[in-house]
Design a protein around this ligand. Structure first.
Ligand SMILES: Nc1ncnc2c1ncn2[C@@H]1O[C@H](COP(=O)(O)OP(=O)(O)OP(=O)(O)O)[C@@H](O)[C@H]1O
Ligand SMILES: [Mg+2]
Length: 349
């Protein structure tokens, strides 16, 4: 090994010192028969190596669309990105050629979806599908690729991997299939994984096991992880920070435990009061009255105002920026922001 090989790699940054991923003022819209649906309306977030960002919000808040834009798998048309930047190690992926984009996808940024059964091909064995990553991207022989597939199945703790490598997706349980999805995502050792509701389809106990595994591998590989969920309960132990989305915007961002302890946005407060209980799996107990807005007709002012118990005329007329959140005495609360005109009242009561 040469000295250069041993040179330390700066954590979470390339030579330019840029974060692993930086989404800047991202906008996504869909042209539909009803009009233009504004699904993402100025999202900003940063993920560093070894860091887990949980993106939280009700159905339709734009979590998946943001992820699809990052992955470069958005349906365009009807989708369009009128504005924004998606910087991967400082380079705007929206300005890259299709070829450059494809090289990053899978190898540098990988995605895990909710539904493993529809993401895996039913007619090929799991070992073949895992091995294909190595044959196609790493030029390995069939034999080498098979060995790699077994190794990966071991890594994601699939019992008796060597015996099960030739089994088909339907022969595995839901939890085991989700592990296989994780193995697929890990195969090329990406810098960033986006997991979109990776455990939603699983039983509660299996959910926790899969989430723990994902967190363990993320630490071990020092990857960035974006964890999309509508369930606050599953992210508390694994995320570093949380971005709460509503109607395509981030309405609150905070280190995970601070968000739980002291929310600074009425929407987050409502979500916290509606954490699903273990004995009522599958039911979403929203304490928040009403429904998210139609994205072709987002209310003026704060999009949450029709549902907010504290809304005033100001909330109905002015869109709140993501204000930096501070202590009562003005002391900085690093990494905290709230898009509520009344964040002080919400936080400090
Ligand atoms: N291909 C598409 N064509 C038209 N509208 C779309 C398309 N994809 C997404 N949308 C709209 O964009 C909005 C945001 O969708 P998105 O899938 O990001 O929500 P989400 O926050 O991931 O919700 P969920 O928790 O249900 O997964 C939704 O109103 C959805 O209908
Ligand atoms: Mg989604």
């Amino acid at each position: 090994m040469t000295l250069i090989d041993e040179a330390p790699v700066p954590q979470g940054a390339d030579d330019s010192g840029a974060p692993l991923l930086e989404v800047r003022d991202l906008h996504v819209e869909f042209h539909t028969r009803d009009g233009v649906a504004k699904a993402v309306n100025g999202v900003n977030y940063t993920v560093n190596a070894g860091e887990t960002l949980a993106v939280l919000g009700e159905s339709g808040s734009g979590k998946s669309v943001t992820a699809q834009a990052i992955m470069g798998i958005l349906d365009m048309p009807p989708g369009r990105i009128p504005k924004g930047e998606i910087l991967f190690k400082g380079q705007d992926m929206l300005k890259m050629s299709g070829e450059e984009r494809r090289r990053i996808r899978g190898a540098k940024v990988a995605m895990i979806f909710q539904d493993a059964l529809s993401s895996l091909n039913p007619v090929y064995s799991v070992g073949f599908q895992l091995g294909e990553m190595f044959r196609v991207h790493r030029g390995m022989s069939k034999k080498e690729a098979r060995a790699k597939a077994i190794e990966l199945m071991d890594r994601v703790k699939i019992p008796a991997a060597a015996q099960r490598v030739d089994d088909y997706p339907h022969q595995f349980s839901g939890g085991m299939r989700q592990r296989i999805m994780i193995a697929m995502a890990l195969a090329l050792e990406p810098d960033l994984i986006i997991a979109d509701e990776p455990t939603t389809a699983l039983d509660v106990t299996v959910q926790a096991q899969v989430m723990d595994l994902l967190a363990e591998l993320q630490r071990e590989y020092n990857m960035g992880l974006i964890l999309i969920t509508h369930d606050l309960g599953v992210v508390a132990d694994v995320a570093d920070k949380i971005a709460v989305m509503y109607a395509g915007r981030i309405v609150e961002t905070a280190p995970v435990h601070e968000l739980y302890k002291r929310p600074a946005h009425p929407y987050t407060k409502g979500l916290l009061e509606s954490i699903p209980r273990l004995d009522r799996k599958g039911q979403e107990l929203y304490a928040i009255k009403g429904l998210p807005p139609n994205l072709t007709r987002i209310p003026t002012g704060c999009a949450f105002n029709p549902r907010c118990p504290q809304a005033t005329d100001l909330c109905r007329s002015d869109v709140p920026a993501l204000f930096p959140v501070t202590e009562r005495d003005g002391a900085d609360l690093a990494g905290r922001g709230s898009a509520c005109h009344y964040w002080k009242e919400t936080l400090h009561g």
